[in-house]
Ligand binder design. Structure first.
Ligand SMILES: NC(=O)c1ccc[n+]([C@@H]2O[C@H](COP(=O)([O-])OP(=O)(O)OC[C@H]3O[C@@H](n4cnc5c(N)ncnc54)[C@H](O)[C@@H]3O)[C@@H](O)[C@H]2O)c1
Length: 309
């Protein structure tokens, strides 16, 4: 257990993330900070009042002031606007870049040693903004997308095969969403390649559904986007870090030559431990997967060039 974890943004993803961190007792204190007055305070108090029932000793604090976040071990950034129907993640670019810039400046001065996990969209570009503004090394700035994309993929596969989700292992690479690259060759059911259990057409349909997984939920909700699974995914990364688990999870990381690319955030298999990003694992790719990954990188570089930091 670490001393303090801050969640920036007390909206749907942020509040659910804070709740799960508290319920798992990953820190002594969870602080939710948001610009909306009263919202983080009210949600934090409500969550803390569940402590006697859920049986956790983590305190949950809501604030509009970064002073209360000072010295955080981990900071999860969920501040920003979410997608509405018909909006792509890139439509959020200018607004959320401004928000993430301001949040990153505050984190840099209040928690200079923190490990930062970015959730705000468009994910890979917001990671870049956070890294540039904080000046933190790549070990301490990571983005959450791959864990969620892989979880969606795994849940759809489990449903199609009528097997436990726990037995499905999958890895996804690339940018978040439409251009993600699921690694079919490394997808197994308790070690059995999924290609032996599902035909190509059904696999392709599941990949397409996974790529559009976020939009599928936006279409239902109309006024917001997914948050239960995104919060679970962010908390899995937090847990791997604070418990020094050395888990290998797909995360957005700053590439310095891995997969033949440099100078951008992209989803790759990362070993997470108490120091944050401890290693990027390079796996062999088929020529088609390599081409998809290059396309995915192009889709990240374009908005990256447009953003002012
Ligand atoms: N990476 C992923 O896989 C993934 C998944 C789901 C959502 N998201 C993204 O996460 C973000 C949050 O989604 P949500 O559903 O929680 O949205 P939400 O609208 O429910 O909450 C966003 C919160 O951010 C706050 N906020 C705005 N500006 C702020 C600032 N400068 N400082 C602090 N707080 C600020 C708002 O007041 C609001 O409470 C969105 O950008 C969304 O697209 C990413």
């Amino acid at each position: 257990m670490v001393n303090k974890i801050t969640v920036v943004g007390a909206g749907n993803v942020g509040a659910t993330t804070a709740q799960r961190i508290a319920e798992k007792q990953l820190a002594r204190h969870v602080v939710m900070v948001d610009v909306a007055e009263g919202i983080p305070q009210g949600k934090a108090l409500d969550q803390y009042e569940s402590a006697p029932i859920e049986g956790f000793d983590t305190s949950v604090i809501g604030t509009n002031d970064y002073a209360e976040t000072s010295g955080s071990d981990v900071v999860v950034i969920t501040a920003g606007i979410a997608r509405k129907p018909g909006m792509s993640r890139d439509d959020l670019l200018a607004t959320n870049a401004g928000i993430v810039r301001q949040v990153s400046e505050a984190i840099k001065s209040s928690s200079p040693e923190a490990i930062v996990i970015v959730v705000s969209n468009p994910l890979d570009v917001m990671c870049y903004v956070a890294k540039r503004v904080t000046g933190f090394p790549r070990e301490r700035v990571l983005g959450m997308a791959g864990v969620l994309d892989a979880a969606r993929f795994r849940s759809f596969l489990a449903e199609a095969l009528d097997v436990s989700v726990r037995d499905i292992q999958a890895m996804v690479l690339g940018g978040h969403g439409d251009t993600m690259v699921p690694l079919i060759t490394y997808t197994t059911v308790s070690g059995v390649p999924v290609t032996q259990l599902l035909d190509r057409a059904r696999l392709d349909a599941i990949v397409t559904r996974t790529r559009n997984g976020g939009a599928e939920i936006v279409k239902y909700l109309k006024t917001g986007s997914a948050y239960y699974a995104p919060a679970s995914a962010a908390v899995q990364m937090v847990e791997a870090i604070v418990r020094d688990e050395k888990r290998v999870l797909p995360c957005a990381a700053w590439l310095e030559g891995e997969y033949g690319m440099s100078g951008l955030f992209l989803g790759v298999p990362c070993k997470l431990g108490r120091r944050g990003l401890e290693r990027i694992i390079e796996v062999e790719l088929t020529p088609a997967e390599r081409a998809d990954l290059a396309r995915s990188a192009d889709a990240v570089r374009e908005p990256m060039a447009a953003v002012k930091v």
